[in-house]
Design a protein around this ligand. Sequence first.
Ligand code: G3P
Length: 269
Amino acid sequence: MKKLKYLAVIALLSISGGCSVIHASAGYHPVLIAHRGSSAIEPEHTALSYARAIKDKADYIEIDLRETKDGHLIAIHDKTVDRTTDGKGMTDDLSLAQIKKLNAGKGEKILTLEEIIQKFGQTANYYIETRESNGSLVMEKKLIDILQKHKLISSHKAVIESFSGKSLKKVRSMDKKVPLVRLLKDNEAEEINDKQLQTIRTYADTVGLNAKLANEAVVKRIHHNKMKVHVFFDKEDEHTLTPIMLKQKADGVFTNNPAYTRGVLQNSK
Ligand code: G3P
């Protein structure tokens, strides 16, 4: 009888299909998303940060995308290179050659998306954030081309997240399979209702919001609307809110230190 139940669960999981990681198996197995890599330990978005995240068993490495002046997709969060490198200036005012001269911490370089994928290949899962560029959608086609070229969508190794519904809809129009996460700004998360969630569900599988706003009612509402919930943190809240988010059964948890979050998860079982 036990064996029959087990087989039924396996059959259900196979039918549900989709991304092998984002659709967790029976029981509670939240995905751990290494925010800019293991960014509490190594300089964010660098090879060191991503290697550490993979070593510490993150399910995904997170990559913020921006475009250089000459149209290369690179991994950097801020509008300017000032905070994370020894240089100055707007990221999209600098060419890739200029970007490559900068020290992103511990002598590391800012990486292009292609370099990250070439380095980590199929050993990593990629959770990639798109954004609008002054209201325009400039990165979606390039991103999908790169992911398809490296077969990361067909092998269920890529997820795309964005605060821009417009960007995600463009991605969905080009690729029907890649899982999409609609990030909510705090003001959107505070007022989210069933109607808005159903609209998001027409193009995305998962909703991402700041953990400080992910109370039990919000998490239940998102689940009730048949979507997954991923939570991110203000840096100073991560240690306080991680155990609470795991207790509330968030489907995905961002982390600046995957080893820490993996430990909290194990201790909470
Ligand atoms: O990426 C989602 C979350 O980390 C919050 O956004 O881009 O400000 O780090 P960001």
